[in-house]
Design a protein around this ligand. Structure first.
Ligand code: HEM
Length: 220
């Protein structure tokens, strides 16, 4: 068995969440959306949910910037809230925010992120990893599909969430990010808790997909 002592933490967390990654990727909402089988209303609803999640992640940035565990991960070039707001204004007009409410699963997800941000910086790192490293990876596939399916300009309004203007070399950025994970200044027991929180983060994402799937079932 791999032990946390010998396995780099970045490998541990990726391996531990692999199965749930596959599950999230293959959720019917994601497959239908990426298969081009859903309308732009579903994409908009999904983007709205992301806004609640990133607001929770990013409103904690100032609070955590000086934290020895979470602080090194807080990088302005990752911040997505402003890009999401531009995308949502494109999708919903200037009043996109009027009457907007999160799905119950999204509210639960955002609440857990906020709780970690307030009380447990290492747990916050699990949420940070689950979202931002995913956006830098599979997010690029989602962008390409969204551009093709709903006719957004390449890297333009509607898909700005997926465009990291401040990151010239995503592969190098991800390498450095993994080095930060490997250097996480916590003991093995705490690392295991972070892995568990990452699994929880994946489950929270999957729950959002399930609710979106119920709202946008395939009519066929
Ligand atoms: C259909 C949707 C998705 C696709 C096509 C996809 C695809 C990918 C791919 C190809 C990678 C590997 C990139 C690399 O090795 O550098 C990756 C990594 C990752 N994905 Fe996804 N993904 C999807 C959904 C998600 C979701 C919903 C989450 C969680 C919210 C997520 C979180 C991650 C994370 C954290 C990584 C980084 C793993 C690591 O290297 O440590 N992905 N994804």
């Amino acid at each position: 068995m791999d032990s946390p002592v010998t396995t780099p933490f970045s490998t541990l967390i990726r391996t531990a969440s692999h199965e749930q990654h596959t599950e999230a990727e293959n959720s019917s909402f994601m497959s239908d959306m990426l298969g081009g089988r859903l309308g732009v209303a579903a994409y908009r609803r999904y983007t709205e949910q992301l806004w609640f999640v990133y607001r929770a992640l990013e409103s904690a940035s100032a609070l955590l910037a000086a934290d020895p565990v979470a602080g090194p991960f807080i990088r302005p070039e990752l911040a997505r809230t402003a890009q999401l707001e531009r995308d949502l204004a494109h999708l919903g007009g200037p009043d996109w925010h009027a009457g907007l409410a999160p799905l119950p699963a999204t509210a639960a997800y955002a609440a857990r992120v906020e709780e970690c941000a307030r009380t447990w910086p290492a747990g916050y790192v699990a949420h940070h990893y689950t979202r931002y490293l995913g956006d830098l990876s599979g997010g690029q596939i989602i962008r390409g599909t969204a551009e093709k399916t709903w006719g957004f300009a390449r890297k333009g309004d509607g898909v700005r969430f997926y465009v990291f203007e401040g990151i010239g070399n995503p592969a190098a950025f991800k390498r450095e990010y993994r080095e930060l994970l490997d250097a996480l200044p916590v003991d093995d027991l705490e690392k295991q808790r972070v892995v568990d929180e990452c699994k929880r983060a994946f489950a929270l994402n999957t729950a959002v997909f399930q609710e979106l799937g119920r709202e946008f079932p395939l009519s066929a």
